[in-house]
Every structure is written in structure tokens, then in C-alpha cells.
Design a protein around this ligand. Structure first.
Ligand code: ZN
Length: 219
């Protein structure tokens, strides 16, 4: 067995040995929000955002980009599991800034081995064959991390399957300090409209200044 596999299984055995009341957690996230963030190993959303098991959805991909698949998860998150606020959290020194679509396609066409990162960006050190299949994927790299947060928040905001009542906040996690720094333009772009609630029967019967519904029941 590989070392990593051994380590993961033994860590899991220890974790599950004190699982306790977590067995009773509900399926919908208790704190009703979702975070879309990068898969970067330096980021631990549970720690940087103070999450416990059962609190929130965390959707991760390379860059924390609002890809079609990330949006699929966000839609399931609110529509089926009741989340009401979204965060898009990218970070400083993201690997997505160090390549282009053309670059990664060239690397993969050359070989399937891990590339090296030098001053001029990634370069291939592997032996072929590679594959041209990479031509068919948009790898969603970016040059400007703030702009990428704005773009991702804006895309989610305008997606026809995302309700306008969900606020979307845009942040960049600083890998040197652990701080979340707001991208104000993104949060502005992700602002929610006031919730629109159609009047219900009891809204009509009970004017705002009068007794609540329970008072009627006791009279
Ligand atoms: Zn990243």
C-alpha cells in the first residue's frame, strides 16, 4: 500500500473513532450558505471560514471558477438544500495565473507527465506521447485575480437558474496572512435584490400592527 493511502486510512480510523453526535447531522447545511473556492492545498475553508461538519457547502475546483459544473453544484445547493448566500473565494498566488489555455494544451500535447514551473512559467520535461484532447477543454486560467472574482460573481449573478435574492460575496484569501480580503467590485456585482414575497392569506387577514395569528386562535 502507498504511504499516502496508509496515512489517509489511519487518519480516518482515528476520525471515525470519535465521530459521536455527527451521526445525527442533517443533510441540508445548517448555516445555509455555500462557498466556491480554489482547490489549492494551502486553503482550508473549514478553518479560514470557521466551518464545522454540517455547516455549509464547499465547492472546489482549480481556481474556484464559476464553471458550468460549479454552477450545477450551487443550483443544487440552494434549490434542493436551502442555501441562501454564496461566497466566491479565490486566493493570492493562484496557479491559474501561471498558464494560458494554449500553454496547458501544448504541455499536454507533448506529454502526460507533470510539468515543471520556472521563471517563464510551466515547461514540459516529460516524454511523449501526450494528447490533443486538451484542445476541447477551457481550462479557465486568468491573469488578474481580482477581475477573475468579479467575472465569476457576475456570471453566477446573471445565471438564469440563480435567484436574484441570493447575495454573492467576492473575496481573495491571502496565502501570506490567512486573511479574506473583499473584492468590493465583485460583492457589488453580486448584490441581491430585496426578497420578493408574494402576499399570503394570513398577510391579508392580519395587519402588521395587530395580534399575531396565534392570538386569533385563542379568542
Ligand atoms: Zn488557486
Amino acid at each position: 500500500m502507498s504511504n499516502v493511502l496508509n496515512e489517509v486510512l489511519s487518519a480516518n480510523a482515528e476520525y471515525s473513532s470519535s465521530f459521536g453526535s455527527k451521526k445525527d447531522l442533517a443533510l441540508p447545511p445548517a448555516r445555509r450558505f455555500a462557498i466556491l473556492t480554489c482547490m489549492d492545498a494551502r486553503l482550508d475553508p473549514a478553518k479560514y471560514a470557521g466551518l464545522s461538519e454540517g455547516d455549509a457547502h464547499v465547492i472546489r475546483n482549480a481556481g474556484g471558477r464559476a464553471s458550468d459544473d460549479a454552477i450545477r453544484s450551487l443550483v443544487i445547493s440552494y434549490k434542493l438544500l436551502g442555501t441562501r448566500e454564496f461566497f466566491v473565494i479565490h486566493h493570492s498566488n493562484c496557479g491559474m495565473e501561471f498558464f494560458s489555455n494554449e500553454g496547458i494544451r501544448g504541455l499536454l500535447a507533448n506529454s502526460l507527465e507533470t510539468a515543471a514551473l520556472g521563471d517563464q512559467g510551466f515547461y514540459d520535461v516529460g516524454k511523449g506521447p501526450g494528447s490533443r484532447e486538451a484542445e476541447f477543454i477551457d481550462w479557465l486560467p486568468f491573469k488578474d485575480s481580482k477581475q477573475a472574482v468579479v467575472d465569476d460573481v457576475t456570471r453566477i449573478r446573471h445565471h438564469p437558474l440563480v435567484p436574484k435574492t441570493i447575495p454573492i460575496y467576492g473575496y481573495i484569501y491571502d496565502v501570506k496572512t490567512g486573511r479574506l480580503v473583499e473584492v468590493e467590485e465583485a460583492t457589488r456585482a453580486g448584490r441581491a435584490e430585496e426578497p420578493v414575497r408574494s402576499p399570503r392569506a394570513d398577510d391579508v387577514r392580519i395587519p402588521a400592527q395587530e395580534s399575531p395569528a396565534t392570538a386569533y386562535a385563542t379568542q
